[in-house]
Design a protein around this ligand. Structure first.
Ligand SMILES: [Mg+2]
Length: 463
């Protein structure tokens, strides 16, 4: 409900504030600084060419296109009035609209005001990868800011602790342990140093008595799943980090049973054993306390306060696993990882996306004090690298990604290759359908019919 304001009282308060402000002005420079930070004084018209002056930078547009890959890679581009633009990626398998629906909230803003823009749209983001446009916008704004200031994105986030970032590689599953092992071997030959195997129950469901009515492996089925793990272990050896994921609809008791069965294989972690980690930290804590297999989760959670705080401060997991975009992008994951670090919990980065996302995470991983490894999910895609022009190729070398030192993200799209792999026609086409606000919080846009303070009926704005 709108709040009525007593105009006389408001005027008195305004005078009081001005008097206080005049008093504050006596303190000199500090007040002046505050004044200019608030933009209170109109600036004189520039007498010289002010192109690329960061204070005059404005967002003019947001456009998108979607690459059809192992998952869809929806890529956004945020344009400005000075030609500089930023690239961002919506969560792999997400949709363009989750960023574009926020266009009207960011056009006209200075893209360097990253935190305040993100604060304004924070409530648009949700758990389970919903509306991961928030994270995409975060990445694109950092790309712009780095280009404008002439520094790599990592410099905007902190100090570089490593020049290259170790990657863990997903493996496409197979029900035959020999075939699965060959796929792991191919990745090892490509130089990867850390691995993950998916243990879907469908891999063993054809074997009698392996899967129960809930879709969970029986003790017998779990034995078959462990044969797959064993095949992978034989290829990479006992010391190489190996994780496991995608176990089906487990409950807490199932998860404990699974984790105990995995103990002989010395896993780096078992991932996302139960659902909705942002709600059920107690479930994760119970699992963690009943096995020596490290427990990891987080890819489906957004935000420190909304998604990760309970898991971390209750020591419910051994490692956290924020998603490169869905968990909130660079600034938010930095907050999450720093909070985890303060609790002695390491951070692994979930990244099933394009080279834009991979490079964005290299910048972030470079500055994290508790970084373990970052995912790569496209080892079987021959043209993954070709989607971008990067200062180094291949992007993945010997199981690592170099941290770029070029301004911004340091990568640009390879237009020709991206155009060859579009999910639907259109390469950063105009988006006038998103010019108007289409999603928002509390919002009043103009006059309304009512009695004003004098008791006169009007179609006006009273306050
Ligand atoms: Mg996962």
């Amino acid at each position: 409900m709108p709040i009525r304001v007593d105009i006389k009282k408001a005027e008195a308060t305004r005078r009081k504030l001005l008097q206080t402000a005049a008093g504050a002005a006596a303190f000199g420079p500090a007040f002046k600084l505050m004044e200019s930070a608030l933009g209170a004084q109109p600036k004189p018209a520039p007498a010289v060419n002010r192109n690329s002056a960061p204070s005059d930078l404005k967002i003019t547009d947001m456009r998108a296109c979607t690459v059809a890959a192992n998952y869809d890679y929806p890529i956004i581009r945020i344009d400005t009035n000075q030609g500089v633009y930023g690239l961002g990626e919506i969560f792999a398998a997400g949709v363009k609209g989750s960023a574009l629906m926020l266009k009207a909230h960011i056009v006209g803003r200075n893209p360097l005001e990253i935190s305040s823009i993100l604060r304004r749209i924070r409530n648009s983001a949700g758990q389970y990868f919903w509306n991961s446009g928030y994270g995409a916008i975060d990445v694109a704004l950092h790309d712009i800011a780095g280009k404008v200031y002439g520094v790599p994105v990592w410099r905007l986030l902190g100090e570089k602790l490593r020049d290259k970032v170790i990657i863990y590689c997903d493996t496409t599953g197979h029900k035959d342990p020999k075939v699965y092992a060959k796929r792991v071997a191919r990745r090892k030959e490509a130089g990867f140093k850390c691995f993950k195997m998916d243990l879907y129950t469908y891999l063993v469901k054809d074997r009698p008595g392996a899967v129960d009515a809930r879709g969970v492996a029986t003790p017998k089925g779990l034995g078959y799943l462990c044969e797959l793990l064993e095949a992978g272990r034989e290829v990479i050896g006992a010391e190489t980090p190996l994780a496991a994921d995608h176990f089906g609809p487990l409950n807490v008791d199932d998860s404990i049973r699974y984790c105990r069965a995995f103990e002989p294989y010395g896993l780096a972690w078992a991932e996302d054993l139960i659902a909705e980690c942002w709600l059920n930290w107690r479930g994760f804590k119970t699992i963690k306390e009943n096995t020596t297999t490290p427990v990891l989760t987080g890819e489906q959670a957004f935000g420190l306060e909304e998604g990760f705080r309970d898991l971390i401060q209750n020591y419910a997991v051994d490692l956290i696993h924020p998603d490169y975009i869905g968990s909130g992008g660079l600034l938010e994951i930095k907050r999450i990882a720093d909070f985890a670090a303060a609790h002695g919990i390491p951070t692994v980065l979930h990244m099933p996306g394009s080279p834009i996302g991979q490079i964005a995470m290299a910048h972030l991983a470079a500055v994290l004090t508790n970084f373990v490894s970052c995912e790569h999910h496209a080892a079987d895609m021959p043209w993954w690298d070709d989607l971008v022009k990067a200062p180094f190729k291949p992007i993945l070398q010997d199981g690592y990604v170099q941290v770029p030192n070029a301004p911004g993200l340091g990568v640009e799209l390879n237009e020709e290759v991206v155009k060859k792999h579009l999910r639907e026609p259109g390469y950063f086409e105009p988006t006038p359908m998103f010019d108007q606000v289409i999603t928002s919080g509390w919002r009043r846009t103009g006059p309304w019919p009512h009695y004003d303070e004098e008791g006169n009926w009007c179609d006006c704005v009273t306050y």
